[in-house]
Write a protein that binds this ligand. Structure first.
Ligand code: PAF
Length: 305
């Protein structure tokens, strides 16, 4: 397994693979890998075949974090991530740093103070001023709660597509809105990449796997199952009653979340899985997404009902 840190080396390698006719699969991550990430790697390998190459990027992208969010304390363990990737048969791990991603141009630095503002109060690099913004799908749910988040995601993913030149990129269904936005971005901007979305992996009690689960200490871990309980409750309601007003289900979810002493509902939404447009009557096949603070940790989950 190769470890690549520079943009120049990553692009050189990707061009070599292309010239050799190898299919390239990319799994973009922010590291602190878990079984959910490894299932994306497996999906990428299936897609490119044994003669293809699978690249995993590990980069905690400062630009997708809001000023009061957890950029600086986001869990990191590169040594462990590299071992997991090696064991999973990954060919290349791309591990750029902030300077490489947002400041360096053609071998020189574009700003005399490259770390200025990265991940700090503004999460805005000084030597960088071009962003990719999806303007429709990114307005609701996570986009409403975290106004600059998707701009950061689409910008870094577009950069990764340009650097790794993937034929296929795999994202997790846990971030359903993110995957939908990236698929739209790839289509709108003609990136020659197929976007695959792999199912959410869950712990035994239903909690969706996430690097942020590490924050759930003590009694918070048990309370975090309220997201999955809410999904199951909505699923059961829709199964029994065929169609149910979204407003009524939202109230029921709010009440369920309020039963947990340290949980606070940020939002819950019922929507069409492709357009992300809200539905007023929830039927089977509609999608549900919710965000809940459990203590200080903000967790998200979603599922088809
Ligand atoms: O889902 C994530 O981990 C991140 O949003 C991504 C896609 C790696 C971009 O930083």
């Amino acid at each position: 397994m190769q470890r690549v840190a520079s943009i120049a080396a990553m692009q050189r390698l990707a061009r070599q693979w292309q010239r050799a006719g190898k299919h390239i699969g990319l799994v973009p991550t922010m590291g602190y890998l878990h079984a959910g990430h490894l299932s994306l790697v497996k999906r990428a390998r299936q897609a490119v075949g044994k003669n293809g190459v699978v690249a995993v990027s590990i980069y905690v992208n400062p630009v997708q974090f809001g000023p009061k969010e957890d950029f600086s304390k986001y869990p990191r363990d590169l040594k462990r991530d590299l071992k997991l990737c090696r064991d999973a048969g990954v060919d290349v791990v791309f591990v750029p740093d902030d300077r490489e991603m947002y400041e360096r141009r053609g071998g020189s630095l574009s700003s005399p103070d490259p770390r200025k503002n990265l991940g700090s109060t503004e999460s805005r690099p000084t030597g960088f001023s071009t962003y990719v913004v999806e303007e429709r799908l990114s307005r609701t749910m996570e986009g409403a709660a975290r106004p600059t988040h998707f701009r950061g995601v689409t910008t870094v993913v577009a950069k990764l597509f340009n650097l790794v030149l993937p034929d296929v990129a795999v994202f997790g269904a846990k971030d359903w809105q993110q995957a939908t936005i990236i698929r739209r971005m790839a289509a709108d901007l003609n990136f020659p990449v197929r976007i695959l979305v792999a199912p959410t992996l869950r712990e035994r009690d239903g909690l969706a796997m996430s690097s942020r689960n590490k924050y759930l200490t003590g009694g918070l871990r048990a309370q975090a199952t309220v997201l999955w309980c809410s999904i199951q409750m909505a699923r059961a309601t829709v199964k029994k009653l065929k169609a149910f007003p979204a407003a009524g289900l939202k109230t029921a979810v709010k009440k369920l979340v309020a039963c947990e002493p340290d949980a606070r509902l940020d939002y819950v939404e019922f929507f069409d899985p492709d357009t992300l447009l809200p539905v007023s009557k929830v039927k089977r096949g509609a999608h549900m997404a919710l965000a809940v603070f459990v203590g200080k940790t903000r967790l998200i989950d979603n599922a088809r009902l």
